[in-house]
Design a binder for this molecule. Structure first.
Ligand SMILES: [Zn+2]
Ligand SMILES: [Zn+2]
Length: 278
């Protein structure tokens, strides 16, 4: 399995020279089988526009899994050259909102006039829209475990993606303090988070905040980087990848944060250049 980070920023894109090294695109991670082009995309933030750089000119043929429907996780969807072409084939999994709406209706609340000129079913290519519930499913040759996790404002999932080479957990938006302060005032190491992460090779996790910012800013629904690292340690994860960096966090500030975490587990702050091979 090869994991390529296409967008690592949280909340809104962050252009400008202070953000070049980590990158300004919002959440998108591409997953590929060994030696193949990506067939699975996690979220559709503006980073999804970079998918075509991995496709060797081929159309994208596979699936997109959305953790939730906040802007920073869907706004790249209409602007991806690899999916918006006549020969693409895309299955888009949309979190079930438990209100009886079909997936395209849910998506169209943000992606249709007057918010946006086109609907998702007007994009080019062969698209299908599936409702996603907490479950285990096979997607394009990967085993995917889907679990609901606390965030804020709409149903939000964490994913565990596995194949014979290993497992990657993706939890870009997670608010463990919504369940209580936990043992170190960073939020609860709750059962769902622990079961998603247990013995995984890689954990890609919300690192929007620092410990000292939690009290003032946790109401946006995010975690502190210290929680991500401690969750990985408790769940015996080999490598944790802090992700969904705060929109105002500069490259130099992220370097400073990264220097604080030496030792177990291995900590790799996500950049738009990060590639992990399992
Ligand atoms: Zn987000
Ligand atoms: Zn969110």
């Amino acid at each position: 399995m090869r994991v390529t980070f296409l967008g690592v920023r949280g909340s809104t894109p962050a252009p400008g020279e202070a953000f070049v090294r980590y990158g300004g695109h919002t959440s998108c991670v591409a997953i590929a089988h060994d030696g193949a082009v990506p067939s699975l995309l996690l979220d559709a933030g503006t980073g999804i526009r970079r998918t075509s750089s991995l496709m060797n000119g081929e159309p994208f043929r596979g699936s997109i899994l959305l953790t939730h429907l906040h802007w920073d996780h869907v706004h790249g969807l209409p602007f991806c050259d690899a999916t918006d072409r006549v020969d693409s084939r895309v299955t888009l999994f949309v979190p079930d909102q438990l209100d009886g709406s079909v997936p395209l209706e849910v998506l169209s609340r943000g992606m249709s006039p007057p918010h946006f000129p086109v609907r998702a079913d007007e994009l080019r290519g062969d698209w299908s829209f599936e409702s996603l519930s907490a479950s285990s499913l096979e997607v394009d040759g990967f085993s995917v475990l889907v679990e609901e996790i606390p965030h804020k404002g709409g149903r939000t999932y964490g994913f565990r993606i596995s194949d014979r080479t290993g497992s990657v957990v993706y939890m870009p938006d997670h608010c463990p303090s919504a369940l209580g302060d936990g043992p170190d005032d960073l939020g609860e190491y709750h059962e769902t988070a622990m079961s998603l992460c247990q013995d995984a090779d890689v954990l890609i996790h919300d690192a929007q905040l620092r410990r000292e910012e939690l009290a003032a800013e946790a109401y946006f629904g995010h975690a502190a980087v210290e929680y991500a690292v401690e969750l990985a340690r408790r769940a015996n994860v080999k490598r944790v990848v802090p992700f969904h960096h705060k929109q105002s966090r500069t490259d130099d500030e992220l370097d400073d944060m990264a220097r604080r975490f030496d030792g177990y587990p291995q900590v790799t702050f996500a950049t738009q250049q990060t590639v992990i091979q399992l």
